[in-house]
Design a protein around this ligand. Structure first.
Ligand SMILES: Nc1nc2c(ncn2[C@@H]2O[C@H](COP(=O)(O)O[C@H]3[C@@H](O)[C@H](n4cnc5c(=O)[nH]c(N)nc54)O[C@@H]3COP(=O)(O)O)[C@@H](O)[C@H]2O)c(=O)[nH]1
Length: 714
């Protein structure tokens, strides 16, 4: 083996050269590496060098012993492999990891060129082969690592696909099935083996929910057109055994790295439970749960349709607005259960008095409205109204007692007394009020001079404007109790108005009046928030535990552009932790004003203040706002909670709302709990909290403090 270079220059030995120039080579390589690779810039010198010195030492050691192919074969792999692993972990790309060796090669060759002698051809070849070998080890290590990472990703994907509830199938470009996860097997009733290779429309047979006619299979449409729009309406999936299941289906094209269409992935989920629940809640939103009659919102809907029809085919409509006389006495003397039974019997009698095309509604309390779509003369209408009053007057058997009661009835007629639903309802109500004032058990047709009631309303509005300054307003506090521990965990703040002449005016009467005048409602709302925060601060200062303070917010306040700033300033002024304050927004507010209110609700949530949905279940038609808004608490409307323990027909709804709250991780509070049985029922069904007369009526601050607050550690 010759060690003489052809040029006749003095011969250098590779191992001597590498050992002698070791530090210079490493330093120059380090500088070059740092200037060329972004990946090395943040590394310490030790991290950067890592195994490079060992690799140089190993090459020198083997060069000393032998040169030639055997020496390469004998070079240990762990130096370059360990170096490559460390580079992988530091996030170096394969290109960067291999470029480092080419820089090392450059530096060695430059250093060699500065030497007085040169290497023999064999040693030069050995040096290059040793460096090539290190590069190969890097490539092999990187390939192994990325295969392992891919394998892990694939395993995770498989575990996910096997464990999710959504059905997932994929197809080839012709729409034939190439993969099906276990959920897809369960939902479609097909096994993966049987479905494999089948056209997707054979496995996913989709029908229109209304017509039960087959609809175009999304997968086939997408396979033809490389895209598909979702189905317009609700659809059903026909399972392999013919059973039908409500589903939602989504589709997306699969593309390779060159964006070529290579097939489709379809996901679908069983939405039968949620659809049934939505339908049930939708029914409750439009019907009175006690009598099952349409409620005000359905009345307005039908009235709007009938007005449109009567305008096209000239005709008359009539609204009969009824209020039972002295119903309150029945409630007081025989109890609420008897009152409820009476209302149900009245509802049945009203329904048999009219034709199927007419609509009997309960607006709440003891108020009923009948919409008559076709009647002859006013005299006929009067006769029908008399017949209805006679039917209502006939005796009832309630609570082993015979009850008799009369009704006052007001009538408005389209188009004479109004051409929109609100005007017709309002005028029939005014006429009914006149009937009551004129001795009850009587009928009055609306006449324009009956606007007196409206005048009274205006007068009360004027008084309300002065009430704040006159100190006639105050706050009452009602506890919210955790059902598992029985502890008071929150308090709802309720506004009270003591009118100098009329006495206590209920908020249900004066809040709508305030809402008619934006400035009045905003001033009232601000006052309530400030007084509630002042009270919360004073309880904290007195050493009582922090309670969640719930304050009702009107839609008028939420529309106010300064609302969020005022909430922030109030919290700061009273040094109140934001999460101690909760704002209650009614469900109907969130539904009807969703677009405008959503941003403000999110801004409030960003302050750290909690959001509760009040009267939950009454305005229902979609779940989407719950997913899109930062809600913390659902308050089940009291109309569902009353009589629930006695098998009230809203029990499934209450249970569904509790389950829904649990699955969305929202606290659920039942309102209007009036007795032990209801509280026990709610506890058994895992409702979180309860509020109602069973625990306490709303109380003035001092009474609340005495009854429910105990100092910490006391
Ligand atoms: N925007 C604002 N609205 C307010 C404010 N203060 C009150 N209100 C709203 O007025 C509505 C009527 O309130 P109120 O007459 O005070 O009635 C509340 C409770 O007294 C009553 N309640 C509580 N427990 C029971 C019960 O067991 N049985 C029964 N029959 N009633 C009970 O419920 C009302 C609380 O309702 P909610 O707010 O839905 O929790 C009412 O809608 C108030 O929101 C105000 O400052 N601003």
């Amino acid at each position: 083996m010759t060690r003489e270079p052809a040029s006749g220059q003095p011969t250098l030995r590779l191992h001597e050269f590498l050992r002698g120039e070791r530090e210079t080579i490493l330093r120059k390589w380090e500088d070059l590496d740092r200037s060329m690779l972004a990946a090395t810039k943040k590394l310490t010198s030790e991290q950067q060098r890592n195994n490079i010195p060992t690799i140089l030492d190993t090459i020198a050691e083997h060069a000393e012993q032998a040169v030639g192919p055997q020496a390469i074969i004998g070079l240990p792999e762990e130096g370059p492999v360990t170096h490559a692993r460390q580079r992988w972990e530091l996030g170096f790309s394969l290109e960067d990891a291999t470029r480092e060796y080419s820089m090392l090669r450059t530096v060695i060759m430059q250093q060699l060129a500065q030497q007085a002698g040169t290497l023999s051809a064999d040693e030069l070849i050995f040096l290059h082969e040793a460096l090539d070998d290190a590069v190969i080890q890097s490539v092999v290590t990187y390939v192994e690592r990325s295969n392992r990472a891919l394998e892990k990703e694939r395993e995770q994907l498989q575990v996910t696909l096997r464990s999710i509830d959504d059905g997932v199938i994929s197809t080839d470009t012709r729409g034939c099935i190439t993969y099906m996860n276990p959920a897809a097997e369960k939902i479609s009733g097909w096994t993966s083996d049987a479905a494999m290779g089948q056209p997707a429309d054979k496995v996913l047979v989709v029908l229109d929910a209304a017509t039960r006619e087959p609809v175009n299979c999304l997968v086939c449409m997408a396979a033809d057109a490389d895209q598909a729009a979702p189905h317009d309406g609700e659809v059903l999936l026909q399972q392999r055994d013919g059973a039908l299941l409500a589903v939602e289906e989504f589709i997306a094209p699969l593309r390779d790295s060159a964006a070529r269409f290579i097939g489709l992935v379809a996901t679908f989920r069983d939405v039968s439970k949620i659809r049934a629940l939505t339908a049930e809640l939708g029914y409750l939103a439009t019907h009175d749960p006690l009598t099952n009659l349409p409620n005000r919102s359905l009345l307005i809907d039908r009235l709007t349709q009938e007005i449109a029809h009567a305008e096209r085919n000239p005709g008359r409509l009539a609204l009969l607005y009824m209020d039972l006389d002295l119903f309150k006495d029945v409630n007081d003397m025989l109890g609420h259960a008897a009152g409820d039974e009476l209302l149900k019997q009245v509802a049945k009698r009203l329904q048999v008095c009219v034709r199927r095309a007419d609509t009997v509604c309960r607006l709440g309390g003891d108020e009923f409205v009948i919409l008559l779509t076709d009647f002859g003369e006013l005299a006929d209408l009067n006769e029908l109204a008399l017949k209805i009053m006679g039917r209502v007057r006939a005796p009832y058997d309630i609570a082993r007692t015979t009850v008799e009661l009369s009704t006052s009835l007001g009538v408005s007629v389209f188009p004479e007394d109004g051409t929109d639903p609100q005007a017709l309802i309002k005028h029939a109500d005014i006429a009914m009020y006149q009937a009551k004032r004129q001795g009850r058990n009587t009928i009055r047709f609306f006449a324009p001079e009956m606007h007196r009631r409206a005048a009274e309303r205006r007068e009360l509005q004027g008084d309300l404007r002065k009430a704040l300054e006159a100190g006639q307003l105050s706050l009452h506090f009602q506890p919210q109790v955790a059902l598992d521990s029985g502890n008071v965990v929150g308090v709802e703040v309720l506004l009270r108005w003591h009118h100098p002449q009329l006495g206590a005016v209920p908020p249900n009467r004066f809040i709508p009046l305030a809402e008619d005048n934006r400035n009045v409602m905003i001033a009232l709302g601000r006052w309530v928030l400030e007084q509630a925060s002042r009270q919360a601060r004073s309880w904290l200062d007195a050493g009582y535990p922090a309670l969640r303070i719930s304050v009702n917010v009107s839609i008028v306040q939420l529309r106010d552009e300064h609302f969020t700033d005022h909430v922030r300033a109030t919290l700061e002024h009273f040094r109140l932790p934001p999460d101690q304050l909760q704002l209650e927004l009614t469900e109907s507010l969130l539904m009807t004003e969703f677009k405008g209110a959503a941003d403000r609700v999110r801004a409030i949530e960003r302050l750290g203040v909690r959001i509760a949905v009040d009267d939950f279940g009454t305005g229902y038609s979609s779940l989407s706002y719950l997913k899109n808004l930062p809600v913390d608490e659902l308050k089940i409307d009291q109309s569902f909670v009353h009589n629930i323990a006695a098998g009230g027909n809203a029990a499934p709804i209450v249970e569904a709302i509790i389950r829904m709250g649990q699955s969305l991780r929202l606290r659920v509070v039942a309102e209007g709990v009036e007795d032990y049985d209801t509280a026990r029922y709610l506890t058994a069904h895992n409702c979180d909290c309860a509020q109602g007369f069973y625990y306490s009526k709303p109380l003035p601050a001092t009474d609340f403090e005495r009854e429910f607050l105990r100092p910490l550690g006391g």
